[in-house]
Design a binder for this molecule. Structure first.
Ligand code: IVH
Length: 671
């Protein structure tokens, strides 16, 4: 391929990847499968490796981070980034409306837009001629820190806008972290002996303010746009229309949770309703932002020094309660990390009974000065497991007991070491039963090998009976062993054995994640799987080969080398291989009985998630595509299938039910 051909193909690929990125993140309407996206992406990377000049700043490849900075340059916002006045209850919200009506000299009802107040970090994104050129934090409102490279790593932030778009557009919005991602990150950090983030906001802020943007790239950050600064084209009439317009340009907007209110009473109803639904949202919110919908009225109302007159933040009360620390127990994780957990006298915190709180590590115990017997204030930040925020020291009786750093492992009595720079001590015993239990829990978890039916209690019994000594033993469990476990009947045992057998064909990235190699989380597992293609190739890689990967630093490289050097791990890997846990890599995917066949899933499936359906197709070498075309071999239609099914009928394609598809899978599995 010559330079010109490469440039042409690169442009095609970039345009497609940008479009599919927007469809996935901003419109929630993907047209191609993740595997197809990955294939296009790999082709782009290969082109850029051969022709490095093609890797320009707005290439879809530029989300992995750039070389570290010394410090963040500052950047002046085109228009000040304002903050909001707060209203704590219905009365204060009423006063907000009364103020507006006084200012406007009228008492007509006003229309409002109500948006969840996301608890993250406010940022500004400047798009010039549709390209993301500068991204910054709010800073003092006039001047912020330029964090363009970090923002570029967030997949939900488009690098290019959808045309036609304004010559200049300054977008404002919130970078945040979903609760599940926040909890997973903290669990990983706890295991690593690193300080944990107190809440999703701190996690988002800490991840964004990294001088090394490759660290930001590894953090699961999200983004919602909620407003604008300057814009070079005329504005629509209302804020709601502006939000819709932003979505058209490809920005991710939280329209699903945005409500209109025709008057104050509807506004208050929205506020109460959102507060009730707060725990069901996948992200933490601390209130509801209310904005006057008419942009003409917004402009008439104008702003005070730091806040607009046309908006207010209706804050939820904090979810706090007071209770007693009855005990502080020590938990041993799969890497041996020992974490202190407070057992609390059960207390209700806004509708949920809580009885434990992680204290994370001994630095945190010292910072809070928390002791057994203390009365403490606990707060729930979206999570059911709360944090201890404060000790009420004036309630001490003098009988409270401190919890010292353990000298031996509380689970196995083995030696404990606390390394410099780490905040938790670690059990050093590889065969520690608590470590083994936690490794098994991790191995079978949904995001790892996804073995359904192997709950904590069953694992406990299997461990007690000595039936499993490592993750590899899971694959030699016999029917009669399982039947001898309490609460296991014929049916559940058969289901479990099927689930164990089914897990043998998980892709390489899942197996790598499941093995629990230190510092290799879900994201890096995928990077390593994509790069090496097989377990053998990864096991044979030397330090240089590992370090040659952009996202792999010395810590990860050493941890991978160390993992494959350990004799115990090599034995486990051999056993896994013998049991047929043969990881399929993305690279070796296109062989198998369904090779060359393409499947499209549409409508809602009852027994499989889309991800599971796709994995099954790929397991036999097929391809799960996002859209129906003449080349589609099978369309699998679930309930409420729409336009894809219509198209399949027009094209006379074979249409299968979910049951038909599962039958095909069973046939393959048995052949
Ligand atoms: S509007 C002039 N809308 O809340 C309007 N802010 O002080 C300025 N926030 O840190 C902000 N969700 O980042 C607006 N839907 C939303 C928001 C929101 C969260 C944050 C914002 C700022 C704080 C307001």
């Amino acid at each position: 391929m010559n330079t010109e051909q490469a440039a042409r193909r690169h442009q095609q690929l970039s345009a497609e990847l940008h479009r599919h990125g927007r469809l996935y993140h901003s419109f929630d309407r993907p047209e191609i499968s993740d595997a197809d996206y990955d294939r296009l992406f790999r082709e782009l990377l290969e082109l850029e490796q051969a022709f490095p000049q093609l890797a320009t700043a707005d290439s879809p490849s530029q989300r992995v981070g750039a070389p570290p900075l010394e410090k963040f340059p500052s950047v002046r916002h085109g228009l000040p980034m304002l903050s909001l006045e707060n209203a704590a209850n219905d009365e204060e919200i009423g006063e907000f409306e009364a103020r507006i009506q006084r200012f406007l000299g009228q008492s007509d009802a006003l229309e409002y837009v109500c948006e969840p107040k996301l608890d993250g970090v406010a940022v500004e994104l400047v798009y010039q001629a549709g390209r993301l050129t500068v991204g910054s934090t709010r800073g003092d409102g006039q001047t912020g820190e330029q964090i363009t490279e970090n923002l570029r790593t967030i997949a939900a932030i488009p690098l290019l806008l959808q045309e036609p778009c304004p010559e200049l557009l300054e977008v404002r919005g919130e970078v945040y972290m979903d609760l599940a991602a926040f909890q997973a990150l903290n669990r990983e950090r706890e295991e690593e002996g690193l300080p944990v983030f107190a809440n999703p906001r701190n996690a988002a802020a800490g991840s964004l303010r990294q001088l090394d943007s490759t660290i930001t790239a590894r953090r699961p950050l999200q983004f919602f746009a909620y407003g604008i600064g300057r814009i070079s084209t005329p504005l629509p009439d209302s804020h709601r229309q502006l939000l819709e317009q932003l979505r058209q340009w490809g920005l991710r907007v939280n329209l699903e949770e945005t409500r209109l209110a025709a008057n104050l009473s509807e506004l208050l109803a929205n506020f109460h309703d959102l507060q009730l639904r707060r725990d069901q949202l996948p992200y933490e919110i601390d209130g509801m932002v209310v904005k006057v919908n008419s942009l003409a009225l917004q402009s008439e109302l104008g702003t005070k020094t730091r806040t607009p007159r046309w908006a207010v933040a209706c804050k939820f009360p904090p979810r706090q309660a007071t209770t007693r620390v009855e005990d502080i127990v020590l938990q041993v994780g799969r890497t041996g990390a020992i974490t202190p957990v407070a057992q609390l006298r059960p207390v209700e915190v806004s509708g949920v009974t809580v009885s434990r709180a992680s204290l994370h590590n001994w630095d945190e115990i010292a910072r809070l000065d928390v002791r057994i017997g203390d009365t403490v204030v606990v707060e729930r930040a979206g999570d059911v497991i709360p944090d201890v925020v404060r000790v009420l020291k004036d309630q001490r009786s003098g009988q409270e007991r401190m919890v010292p750093l353990p000298e031996t492992c509380p689970a196995c009595g083995g030696p404990v070491v606390k390394l410099d720079g780490e905040v938790v001590p670690r059990c050093q015993e590889l065969s520690c039963p608590a470590r083994l239990r936690e490794s098994l829990k991790h191995f079978v978890a949904r995001r790892a090998m996804d073995i359904d039916g192997l709950g904590e209690r069953t694992l406990e019994v299997l461990l007690e009976k000595g039936l499993i000594r490592s993750v590899a033993d899971l694959y030699s469990l016999r029917r009669e062993d399982l039947l001898a476990c309490p609460r296991q009947g014929e049916k559940s045992v058969d289901k479990l054995l099927k689930a164990i057998a089914g897990s043998k064909s998980r892709p390489l990235n899942r197996l790598l994640f499941a093995l629990g190699i230190r510092h290799v989380g879900e994201h890096l597992a995928k990077v390593l799987a994509d790069q090496f293609g097989s377990l053998e190739a990864l096991a044979a890689a030397d330090r240089d080969a590992l370090l040659a990967i952009h996202e792999v630093g010395p810590q990860v490289a050493d941890s991978v080398l160390d993992f494959f050097r350990k004799a115990r791990n090599r034995t486990i890997l051999d056993e896994l291989q013998q049991s047929g846990v043969i990881p399929q890599s993305a690279v070796s995917r296109n062989t198998g009985p369904w090779s060359g066949r393409s499947f499209v899933f549409t409508g809602s499936l009852e027994r499989l998630t889309r991800g599971q359906a796709q994995e099954l197709v790929e397991k036999f070498g097929g391809r799960a595509a996002g859209s129906v075309s003449k080349k589609t071999d099978y369309v699998i239609a679930g309930a409420d299938a729409g336009s894809k099914l219509d198209k399949a009928r027009q094209l006379n394609l074979p249409i299968l039910s979910e049951e038909d598809f599962l039958r095909m899978v069973t046939e393959q599995e048995q052949s």
